[in-house]
Design a binder for this molecule. Structure first.
Ligand code: B12
Length: 215
């Protein structure tokens, strides 16, 4: 089995103890952090998602896979965040997963991509209520707020959060930009709920924000 297939399999099987060493080994073999993430770890997570949907895998196993993914990301994070050391700070991004939703892996990747591109990131966590987002924006004064939702049932909470941010007057001067993302979220939904931007994945999200702040 190729190294990348082995990594995917380890995510699927939740090899929590082994994964860090396997990722280090893959790096030592000359694979890039991006390849390891996209062609190895994410492929494994994809299989987990499919097996979970088919009721061939259950919550405790999926949680173990998620924890294994987080362990793997600990090894990759410094490499993925390295980026161009010469870029100066482009702005501050505040990230959170909306109320009722505890999925955090996608958000972690979004964070890493922003850091790699010279942004300062404040991650306020998961299951964050609209009011808690509003309070955190007042406290941290970000240029961009990124909302993540992985469940169709938490998409309304995303809408409520955008609404609360607007109602609190935090978008009045047009400076604060709101970007939304997550597997069930679409460009059309982003428009509908009055978000400024939609990012299909972590990289796309950073590109959209970079262009917006530059223009
Ligand atoms: C891991 C996982 C879990 C773990 C989460 C652990 C953790 N620490 O995150 C656990 C076991 C806890 C879990 C629980 C549940 N889950 Co779950 N879970 C998943 C799974 C398998 C993988 C998610 C993941 O991490 N993907 C990998 C990351 C990298 O991808 P991502 O999150 O999509 O993020 C990328 C993009 O979406 C985007 N992105 C994400 N956020 C943002 C934000 C911004 C601003 C931007 C720009 C981009 C962006 O960029 C990321 C990187 O490119 C998915 C299946 C799947 N295929 O997604 C199901 C899935 C999301 N879960 C599902 C369900 C139903 C549940 C539960 C309701 C199950 C239950 N009956 O209890 C609970 C809900 C818990 C809750 N209240 O949140 C369903 C959702 C169905 C739906 N459409 O609503 C899915 C799709 C599985 C399925 N096929 O049925 N889950």
């Amino acid at each position: 089995m190729s190294i990348l297939n082995e990594l995917a399999k380890s995510i699927e099987e939740g090899k929590l103890q082994e994964i860090k060493e396997q990722v280090s080994h893959a790096l030592a073999e000359g694979l890039s952090a991006e390849e390891i993430l996209e062609k190895g770890l994410m492929q494994g997570m994809d299989v987990v998602g499919k097996r979970f949907a088919a009721e061939d895998m259950f919550i405790p196993e999926v949680m173990l896979s998620a924890r294994t993914m987080h362990e793997a990301l600990l090894v990759l994070r410094p490499l993925l965040e390295q980026g161009d050391q010469n870029v100066k700070m482009k702005g501050k991004v505040l990230l959170g997963t909306v109320e009722g939703d505890i999925h955090d892996i996608g958000k972690s990747l979004v964070e890493m991509m922003f850091v790699a591109n010279g942004f300062e990131v404040v991650d306020i966590g998961e299951n964050i209520s609209p009011q808690a987002f509003v309070d955190a924006i007042k406290e941290h004064k970000p240029d961009v707020v990124g909302l993540s939702a992985l469940l169709t049932t938490t998409m309304p909470a995303m809408a409520r959060t955008v609404e609360a941010i607007s109602a609190a007057g935090l978008r009045d001067d047009g400076r604060l930009k709101v970007i939304v993302g997550g597997a069930p979220v679409t460009e059309e939904f982003a428009r509908e709920i009055n978000a400024d931007y939609y990012g299909e994945n972590a990289l796309d999200g950073v590109e959209v924000v970079k262009q917006a702040l530059a223009g």
